[in-house]
Design a protein around this ligand. Structure first.
Ligand code: GLU
Length: 482
């Protein structure tokens, strides 16, 4: 049996979208599951919209997500080149073969003529398709017009009354009638082949066994099958994966928030979380387990568990998952990931002055409040901003029990070397004064942070340090008038 080989073939016309990332991931997972190979090919035949920067960005995004491939544009391989615009000579040979077999022909129709034909068909209530004006030109005329430099595209001669059946590995049997398609262009008049043609040549020469791609390409498949058959290439297996919808069940678009992988990366979603989340976007493992390692996902990934129905992108689930992955990090690991965000935020200077052990306590204190890494700025405010009070905090501070508690803590706060000692101290004050924990914690938190909730109080006090804590207490007590 032939070795399983898949490919991801992005067009570098923009950043890598969630949908593209999911297609790439499913290809990767399938290849890894089968012990197969994967090609990364760049489909850049749309010269106006393709840009090298996007190609680089796409590759970076794929690498960031943790995907690897065995051959492709950035690493080479036996079946290159891997950029379609560098394969024009290869395509030319196959176009010539089709022309020689009379399965393709030159078309000299101008844009205006084609447009007029379409308008007429619309007016008659017909589906527009090429009427075949150039399909029967004799060789002498074709050669004369080509020699005269007349612009010509090349069309594929669509077989009549043929059914094309795709045994799609996700969608089961899908069939198409050839009569629904007019003879279509395979090479534009500028000499550049179109996607539907180039993709077939490449998948064949690159020995791709499984074409796994977005559902939107299902309608392209019959045209591709016609070319496979005309060139007597064996057909690969196809698997068309469903659309991704936003949570309003409309096609995912900018309206739904971030759509490109880079945006998620910049917000501070972890690649492991996105990998896990995207894998479950249209695929489900047998059990209920949702948090899965890369290895676990690869082990259980099969195409028969890929859903036919559209997948819904649920940002709450991604957020939850990201939090689970943040929880799994050690404190130094989390700190390393947070550093670029911290260094770019308004508290960078104050952060830089904190002793190392306090930075670790700070990171630990905010860990459970982080949905994504960029939340760090919001969470750090309480440590570094000048004191100001929420209405609820101010109300607590004005209750008659508050002043004596604050006074006592002001007088008795000991030197400390770890947050645990502060916790013990607060506990002993609570016990000694015969108060409920809340009656000590709430005034103290309000007095020091101006808020009624936030990171653990002993950790905050530890990060501020004794002197700064006492200053904050003094400031509040002064504002309260005692
Ligand atoms: N270049 C196509 C795209 O980016 C991929 C088509 C395919 O996978 O066959 O949508």
């Amino acid at each position: 049996m032939k070795k399983t080989k898949v490919r991801f073939a992005p067009s570098p016309t923009g950043p890598l979208h969630i949908g593209g990332a999911r297609s790439a991931l499913f290809n990767y997972l399938y290849a890894e599951h089968c012990g197969g190979e994967m090609v990364l090919r760049i489909e850049d035949t749309d010269l106006d919209r393709s840009h090298r920067e996007y190609e680089e960005e796409i590759i970076e995004s794929l690498q960031w997500l943790g995907l690897t491939w065995t051959e492709g544009v950035n690493i080479g391989g036996d079946n290159g080149p891997y950029r379609q615009t560098e394969r024009l000579d290869i395509y030319r040979q196959y176009v010539q073969q089709l022309i020689d077999q009379a399965q393709a022909y030159y078309c000299f129709c101008s844009q205006e003529e084609l447009e007029a034909e379409r308008q007429e068909q619309y007016a008659q209530g017909l589906t527009p398709r090429y009427g075949g004006k150039c399909s029967q030109l004799d060789a002498a005329e074709v050669n004369r017009r080509l020699a005269a430099g007349e612009p010509a595209s090349i069309r594929f001669r669509v077989p009549h009354n043929t059914f094309y059946v795709v045994n799609d590995l996700v969608r089961d049997t899908v069939s198409f009638e050839s009569g629904n398609s007019g003879d279509f262009i395979i090479v534009k008049s500028d000499g550049i082949p179109v996607y539907n043609f180039a993709v077939v040549i490449d998948d064949h020469l690159m020995e791709v066994t499984h074409v796994i791609r977005a559902e939107e390409h299902l309608s392209n498949t019959p045209r591709q099958l016609m070319i496979y058959d005309a060139l007597k290439f064996p057909r690969p297996e196809f698997a068309h994966i469903s659309l991704i919808l936003g949570d309003d069940h409309q096609k995912m678009s900018k309206r739904h928030g971030a759509t490109s992988l880079v945006q998620y990366r910049e917000k501070g979603y972890l690649p492991e979380a996105l990998f896990n989340f995207l894998a479950l976007l249209g695929w489900s493992p047998e059990g209920e387990q949702e948090i899965m390692t890369k290895e676990e996902i690869i082990k259980s990934f099969t195409l028969d568990r890929v859903a036919k129905s559209p997948a819904v992108f649920n940002i709450d689930k991604l957020n939850w998952m990201n939090q689970q992955y943040i929880k799994q990090l050690s404190t130094p690991e989390l700190m390393n990931l947070l550093l670029p965000y911290i260094q770019n935020c308004p508290y960078a200077g104050q952060w830089a002055e904190l002793p190392g052990d306090r930075t670790l306590v700070l990171v630990e204190a905010i860990r459970e409040h982080l949905v994504c890494l960029s939340d760090v700025e919001g969470q750090m405010g309480v440590f570094f901003q000048p004191l100001s009070y929420d209405p609820e905090a101010w109300e607590i501070l004005q209750q008659e029990n508050s002043a004596p508690v604050l006074q006592r803590i002001r007088n008795e706060l000991p030197e400390f070397t770890e947050p645990q000692e502060i916790k013990q101290f607060i506990k002993s004050v609570t016990k000694d004064a015969k108060l409920k924990p809340k009656d000590v914690f709430m005034p103290l938190r309000s007095a020091l942070s101006g808020r009624t909730h936030g990171p653990e109080l002993p950790s905050m006090i530890y990060v501020w340090g004794r002197e700064n804590t006492l200053n904050r207490l003094d400031e509040t007590m002064q504002k309260l008038g005692f």
